[in-house]
Write a new protein. Structure first.
Length: 407
C-alpha cells in the first residue's frame, strides 16, 4: 500500500497532470500543485533519513543552474516583461522540479520502475477514457484529446505508455502472468494514439521503436543474430494487427491518415506552414541577438507583437532565439553529458539489452523528437525529466561490475 502513495507515483502524476487535471473538475484544488507538493514532501522525508546525493549528479545540476541564471538574467533585457515573467514562473514552479527531483528521488531500479509503471497506468487510463470520444466521432475528421482538445498531450502520453507497456510489461519475464493485461493496454493506447490525429508522436514512436529493435541486431561472419525476445515481439505485432485492422475499417484512423496525406501532397498544409513561419522568425531573432538572445519568453513579442505568448515549435530554435548561443550550448552540454553516459552503458551487453535501459532511452527519443516540432521548454518538461534519468542510469545500474569501472 505504501508503494501506491510513494514519491515515484506522485511525481509521475505531476508530470501528466496537465493532461487530465481539467477533466477532473470536481476536485477544488490544482492537481499539478498537489502532486508536486506530495512529491516534494516524499523527497524531503527520504533525504532526511538518508541525506545523500550521487556525486555524478553535480555536473548536470550545475549546467541546469547555469541555464536558470541566464533565464533570470534575460529578464533585464527582454522586450516584454509580462511574457517573460509568466514563462519564468512556469519554469521555476514546474520545469525546474521536473529536472531536479529525479536526482533526489531515483536511487534504485525498483524506484525507477515504479515511476515508469505509474506513467504507463496513467496513459492507459487516459486512452480508455478517450475511446468513447473515438467511437462517437466514428469516421469523421477531427482531433481527439482532453482539456479542450489537447490531442498532442494525449498522443505523447500514449507513445510513452506503449514503450513502457511493451518493454517493461509484455516482454518482462517477471510479469508474464500479466501479459494479457499488458497486451490489452497496448491495444487501447495504440488505438487512442492513431485516432488522436497527432502526426509527430506517431513518427517519433515509430522511429524510437525501430532504433530499439535494430541496435541489438549483430552481423558477424555473414550471420545475423538477434535477441530471443524478438520472436515475442513478432507475435505481439501479429495479434495487435487484428484490433487495429478492425479500427481502421471503422474509420477511426481517418483523421491521422488525412493529416499524413496533407503532409505529403500539400507540403504539410497550414500547420506545417505555420511552423515554417515560426522557424524563420526564430532565426531572425537569433541573428539580431546572437550571443544572449532576445530574452526568455520574447518570441511571443516578436511573432505576435506581444498579443499572446508563443514559441517557435522547436526547442533548439527557442533556446537560440530567446537565450542565444550561450543558452543553446548550455543545453547542448546537458545533452552531451546524457549521451556520453548512455553510450558508455551501451558497451555493456547485459545493460544494453536490459528492458529498463531500453525503455528509458526509447521514451527519451520519443519526447525529444516531439520537442523538435511542438511545445516550448515548459511544455516539454517531461523531456528534461528523462534527460535527468539518463544522467542517473550509470548510478542506478551501479551494482553491475562493468559499470563500477566507469564511475
Amino acid at each position: 500500500m505504501k508503494k501506491l502513495f510513494s514519491g515515484e507515483v506522485f511525481f509521475a502524476l505531476f508530470l501528466f497532470s496537465g493532461l487530465f487535471k481539467e477533466s477532473i473538475n470536481f476536485i477544488p484544488v490544482d492537481l499539478a500543485g498537489l502532486f508536486l507538493a506530495l512529491t516534494i514532501l516524499s523527497v524531503i522525508k527520504r533525504f532526511y533519513k538518508n541525506p545523500t546525493i550521487y556525486k555524478n549528479s553535480i555536473t548536470p545540476i550545475l549546467l541546469f543552474f547555469a541555464l536558470t541564471v541566464l533565464i533570470f538574467t534575460s529578464f533585464f533585457y527582454s522586450p516584454n516583461l509580462e511574457l517573460t515573467q509568466g514563462k519564468i514562473i512556469k519554469f521555476v514552479l514546474l520545469t525546474t522540479p521536473a529536472f531536479i527531483i529525479p536526482f533526489l528521488l531515483f536511487k534504485t531500479k525498483d524506484s525507477l520502475v515504479r515511476f515508469l509503471m505509474t506513467l504507463a497506468f496513467t496513459s492507459t487510463t487516459m486512452a480508455l477514457f478517450s475511446l468513447p470520444m473515438i467511437f462517437g466521432r466514428g469516421s469523421s475528421i477531427g482531433f481527439v484529446g482532453f482539456n479542450g482538445g489537447n490531442y498532442l498531450g494525449l498522443a505523447r502520453a500514449c507513445g510513452v505508455g506503449i514503450s513502457i507497456l511493451l518493454f517493461l510489461g509484455l516482454l518482462n519475464k517477471k510479469l508474464k502472468r500479466y501479459r494479457l493485461v499488458f497486451l490489452l493496454a497496448i491495444v487501447a493506447t495504440t488505438i487512442s494514439l492513431l485516432s488522436s490525429g497527432a502526426r509527430m508522436p506517431i513518427i517519433a514512436l515509430s522511429a524510437a521503436l525501430l532504433i530499439a529493435v535494430i541496435y541489438p541486431i549483430k552481423f558477424k561472419k555473414g550471420v545475423i543474430s538477434y535477441p530471443k525476445y524478438y520472436n515475442k515481439v513478432m507475435g505481439v505485432l501479429a495479434i495487435l494487427l487484428i484490433p487495429l485492422a478492425i479500427a481502421y475499417q471503422q474509420g477511426y484512423f481517418n483523421s491521422v491518415i488525412f493529416r499524413f496525406s496533407v503532409l505529403v501532397e500539400s507540403g504539410g498544409g497550414n500547420s506545417v506552414q505555420a511552423r515554417i513561419d515560426r522557424f524563420s522568425a526564430a532565426i531572425e531573432m537569433w541573428q539580431n541577438n546572437f550571443i544572449l538572445g532576445n530574452g526568455f519568453g520574447s518570441f511571443g513579442e516578436y511573432y505576435t507583437s506581444g498579443v499572446v505568448s508563443d514559441y517557435p515549435h522547436n526547442l533548439f530554435l527557442e533556446l537560440l532565439s530567446e537565450l542565444g548561443v550561450v543558452g543553446f550550448f548550455i543545453f547542448l552540454a546537458l545533452l552531451i553529458v546524457a549521451f556520453m553516459r548512455s553510450y558508455s552503458l551501451l558497451k555493456i551487453k547485459n545493460i544494453r539489452t536490459d528492458n529498463l535501459f531500453i525503455t528509458v532511452i526509447t521514451i527519451f527519443m520519443i519526447i525529444f523528437l516531439s520537442a523538435m516540432v511542438s511545445g516550448n521548454i515548459n511544455e516539454n518538461r517531461i523531456m528534461l525529466t528523462f534527460l535527468s534519468i539518463i544522467c542517473l542510469l550509470p548510478m542506478i545500474f551501479s551494482k553491475e561490475k562493468e559499470v563500477n569501472q566507469l564511475l
